[in-house]
Design a protein around this ligand. Structure first.
Ligand code: SME
Length: 176
């Protein structure tokens, strides 16, 4: 098996290109890269920024990926890759607000068929959003958009959920 990443010093991380023939393999590999990338750092902004950059460069056919964090009232855009985005999303609004309120990942085949979809980028045609929790408290959501209808399937949803677990785990204190 090829090494999934080079992590030779604390200051440098080089993600290897992923050559996977199926999505579960791709997400497993990406998960290993995420674990390596986030290892040893607990800062939420730093890890969210690097996580978004890792996914952005690893996945084909996406035009936005990033975080919205809950500020106690609404969702506020966090680290992301892609075009500038809507800053604030009310709970229950759009795909992101729906994921936050229902506490379930949203897999949207065609955003034009999703009532209330918020078009930050008119190029977006499909979307997957994973809600994030710290214990029972809403932390925010992870959102990935594609310019292709039907870009994401249940393998992508499961893969994104696993990646988000790795992100959330990275924020936890390590046991003494
Ligand atoms: N489409 C999202 C809004 C966020 S952007 O896609 C970056 C939604 O409907 O919640």
């Amino acid at each position: 098996m090829k090494p999934c990443f080079l992590h030779d010093c604390a200051a440098m991380f080089v993600a290897a290109s992923i050559d996977a023939s199926d999505k579960p393999t791709l997400y497993a590999e990406l998960g290993r890269q995420a674990e390596g990338l986030l290892h040893g750092e607990r800062d939420r902004t730093a890890n969210a920024a690097n996580f978004a950059a890792l996914v952005w460069h690893a996945l084909p056919e996406i035009n936005w990926c990033g975080f919205y964090f809950f500020d106690g009232n609404e969702l506020v855009v966090g680290p992301f890759q892609g075009r500038p985005a809507c800053v604030r999303i009310a709970l229950g609004k759009g795909v992101c607000g729906t994921a936050a309120v229902t506490r379930e990942s949203q897999l949207v085949h065609d955003v034009n068929a999703f009532d209330g979809h918020i078009a930050c980028d008119s190029a977006s045609r499909s979307e997957v959003v994973v809600p994030l929790f710290e214990g029972k408290s809403l932390l925010g959501v992870w959102d990935v958009d594609s310019p292709l209808v039907g870009r994401f399937d249940t393998d992508d949803r499961a893969g994104m959920e696993r990646l988000c677990e790795i992100f959330l785990q990275s924020l936890q204190p390590t046991p003494a």
